[in-house]
Every structure is written in C-alpha cells, then in structure tokens.
Design a protein around this ligand. Structure first.
Ligand SMILES: NC(=O)C1=CN([C@@H]2O[C@H](COP(=O)(O)OP(=O)(O)OC[C@H]3O[C@@H](n4cnc5c(N)ncnc54)[C@H](O)[C@@H]3O)[C@@H](O)[C@H]2O)C=CC1
Ligand SMILES: O=C(O)CCC(=O)C(=O)O
Length: 411
C-alpha cells in the first residue's frame, strides 16, 4: 500500500444510514480503520457533532448535508452518496469548500426498474385493492378493471439510466413504450419519443417517473398534468417525492380519474423507523405504498457499498475526482516517486501562474501537473520531486494564495 503523508488510520470516516458492510470492508482493506458506523440517519444535533471531525462522510437519501452541516464539518474533504440521487447534499456549497461529492450512478438501476415493472403489472391487475380487501376478509374475485400489460402503453418520463432499463424490460412483456425527456436520447428497442409531456400523459395506460429532483421537476406532475392523463390510467413514482403534487394525486385517485398508483418516494419521508409515515395516500386501497425501497436490494446495496467506497478511497489516496458530481474531473496516474499536492481554488485569471511561481523553487522539480476547471473552481494536481519538508512548505505557500479553497499534500 503506497504511503500517504497523513496516516490513513487517522482519517475519520463517518458512515450513516446503514450503508452496506461492503463499504466498511473496502475502507478497512485500504487501511482506513477509523470508521464511525451508524445504521440510521442521525438527528440533526448528533449529525453536527459526529461530522465535526470527519474527513469523509458516507450517507444515503435521508441525511441532509445543508450549508449549516457542511459549515460545521471543518475537516471534511469528500462526500459519498451511497445511492444515485445527490439532492440531499448542497452541492455548490460543498464545491466552494473544495469537497467533491461522489455517488453510485448505476448500482441500483436494475433494482428500481424491476420494482417498477412489477408495480405496472400489479396495478393493471388491480391487485392493490384486491389485496387490501383480502386482508380485511373480503373476497374480490372478479376480472373487473383487470388487464394484461401486453399491448398496453407505458409512458416513461425521464429516459435516463432507470427509464431506459424500464423501457427494455417493458418491451420484453409486449408493452409499447413512449418516453419524454428534456434531452435528445437514443431510443432503445422500439421505444418512441413523445411529442411532449402532455402527449405522453394522454397516450399512456401507465405513466412512470424517472427524473431527478431539480427546480424544474418540482411538482412537474400537478393537477393539470394528472387531468391530462387517460381516465382509468395509473401513475408510478419511484423518482423523488416532490416531483408529484401528492394532494392532486390523492384527489384523482379518490375521484376515480386515476385507477391506481404506486408511490415509493414522498414529499415528507420519516427520518427513522420509529417516526410515523404521514400521507394523504395512506387510506387509499388502490395505491401501492413502499418506503423508498426502489434501490434497496441486497445486490444493489452491496455493489453501491463497494463502488462509492472505492471512489472515496481513490480520491483520498490519489486525488482522482473521476465521476464526482460537483467537481472538475481529473483522472490521475499513480506517481510513486513523486510527492503529490492538490490545490483547489476559485477559477480566477492568473491562478495557475501563481501556483507555478510557488512550485518553481530551485530544489523542486515538477514531474507532472493536471488541471481541470469548471465555471467556478479549478483543481490542479502537482507531482513534484522534493523532500517532505520542502513539500510541506510548498503546501503552506499554496494555501496562502488568495482564492485558495483547499490544499492537501497526499504523499
Ligand atoms: N426510489 C429509489 O429508491 C430510487 C430513486 N432514484 C431516483 O431516480 C432518479 C433517476 O435516476 P437515473 O435514471 O439513474 O437518472 P439519470 O440521470 O440517468 O436519468 C434522469 C433523466 O431525466 C431527464 N430529465 C431531467 N430533468 C427532466 C425534466 N424536467 N423533464 C424530463 N426529463 C428530465 C434527464 O435528461 C435524464 O435523461 C434519480 O435522480 C433519483 O432521484 C434513483 C435510484 C433509487
Ligand atoms: O437507498 C437509498 O437510501 C436511496 C435510493 C435512492 O433514492 C437513490 O439512489 O437515489
């Protein structure tokens, strides 16, 4: 294992929300043994205390890394979202504090897609209300309102990783697939791009949502969009809770305009198992309610644990930011014979020449330099041949450059 200038065993890794043990194993195997593990999200004040001296933090969808929390985390240098969504982290705040955020963009894709397909079948067969009735002792043996999915139209809103997987699986059952996306997308199989969101809504028997949480997707399915859906059609939401106006959905399900829904994500989700789940959908028999488990399978969680831990370890050991969601991406070779310095700065004119001025002392040779910038920040990695003392001194001088956000000497 290559040496690092700051001992790995002194770096605190805070793991929250029961991330997979595969993450713990990966950190330990890489020499990171100072792990604080919590199997649930921490209440706000406990989170503030736990994150204060953490160097890396791993979380899922419940923990909110707000400006306040990030501000408290004085030593934090990387965040791992052990999931796809990263809306729970104030990404801009993290970036401006020199903190890259990583996620697992594909590891639970298949799990969500399988659940959605199963829900489409169950909704088309009106299983939710038959199941609820049977639990109460009623025997709803009837074909009324029950249909095969074969030959029906599935409308996919957000044709990204999950949306395309859902489309491929749905076609294998003989469904017709329509999609809507703000980007131009490669159509898989026989999928067709709808002319507009409304065109998709009015042509689909089942509509399923797979967009990220952004300002544009907030309440994108409201009363008007629901009214545009076919009478007797179904809605599936396994994206984010605020994409659907939940009161408008409840009203459409009560009035019978929509025949059913499957909802995995909610505007307000309980923070822990002990907190009551409150929703206007709770007393509706024609709704399948699941507690945000679209990506919760053994396979997905194990893969996510390994994937995100590997990204955090790579950044910590080597400086690589490949696939960070809020940061300039730099893929770095190993450089065992050099010392490696990281300099994260505001992207202002003249910064690189100031960095190079500091590194151009007589006893120092620059072996390699890697720079990437985005609109706001720059990330430069400098490999130098120098003694440890000289490298430490360079790090101090780099830190003193106006506009510096963070400096680290990796090894
Ligand atoms: N229920 C669960 O447990 C899980 C939920 N998710 C949610 O699913 C979302 C989607 O995941 P992926 O498919 O992997 O993401 P992705 O980024 O691959 O795909 C999202 C697609 O939505 C499109 N899009 C964005 N804004 C849009 C808009 N306003 N209108 C139409 N299309 C729009 C994008 O262009 C993209 O094609 C995640 O952001 C996450 O919030 C993800 C995993 C598990
Ligand atoms: O597993 C989780 O906690 C969240 C899953 C999810 O919603 C995501 O991956 O974006």
């Amino acid at each position: 294992m290559p040496k690092t200038s700051f001992p790995r065993e002194d770096l605190k890794i805070l793991l929250l929300e029961g991330v997979s043990p595969t993450a713990v194993e990966a950190f330990q195997a890489a020499g990171y043994t100072r792990i604080e593990y919590h199997d649930k999200a921490l209440p706000h004040d406990e989170l503030l205390a736990a994150i204060e001296d953490a160097h890396m933090v791993g979380l899922r969808s419940r923990t909110q890394l707000t400006d306040e929390v990030i501000g408290q985390a004085r030593r934090l240098f990387a965040v791992g979202c052990f999931c796809i969504g990263t809306n729970q982290v104030q990404l801009d705040t993290a970036r401006l504090r020199g903190i890259p955020v990583f996620n697992a963009p594909y590891s639970n894709t298949r799990s969500v897609a399988e659940l959605v397909l199963a829900e489409a079948i169950l909704l088309m067969r009106r299983i939710p209300e038959r199941n609820a009735a049977a639990h109460r002792g009623d025997w709803l043996k009837s074909a009324d309102g029950s249909y095969e999915v074969r030959g029906k139209t599935l409308g996919i809103v957000g044709y990204g990783h999950i949306g395309t997987q859902v489309g491929v699986l749905a076609e294998s059952l003989g469904m017709r697939v329509l999609y809507h996306d703000i980007e131009s997308k490669l159509m898989l199989g026989n999928a067709q791009c709808a002319d507009s969101l409304n065109a998709l809504l009015s042509a689909s028997d089942v509509v399923t949502l797979h967009v990220p949480q952004t300002p544009e997707t907030a309440n994108m399915i409201g009363a008007a969009e629901i009214a545009a859906m076919r009478p007797g059609s179904m809605l599936i939401n396994a994206s984010r809770g605020n994409v659907v106006d939940i009161d408008a959905l409840a009203a459409a399900l009560r009035s019978g305009h929509l025949a059913g829904a499957a909802v995995d994500v909610f505007p307000r989700e309980p923070k822990s198992k002990g907190e009551e789940f409150v929703s206007p959908l709770r007393d509706l028999d024609n709704v399948l309610l699941t507690p945000h488990v679209g990506g919760s399978t053994q396979e997905a969680q194990a893969n996510i644990g390994q994937e995100v831990a590997a990204k955090l370890i790579r950044y910590s050991d080597n400086g690589s930011t490949l696939s960070a969601v809020n940061f300039p991406e730099v893929a770095l070779p190993g450089h065992p014979d050099s010392r490696r310095l990281l300099h994260i700065h505001r992207n202002v004119p003249g910064m690189l020449s100031r960095v190079n001025e500091v590194c151009s002392r007589d006893d120092i040779n620059i072996d390699g330099q890697y720079l990437q910038t985005d609109g706001e920040i720059g990330y430069v990695v400098i490999d130098i041949s120098a003694t440890e003392a000289a490298a430490e001194s360079i790090k101090e001088q780099l830190a003193a450059i106006d506009g510096t956000l963070r400096t680290r000497l990796l090894y």
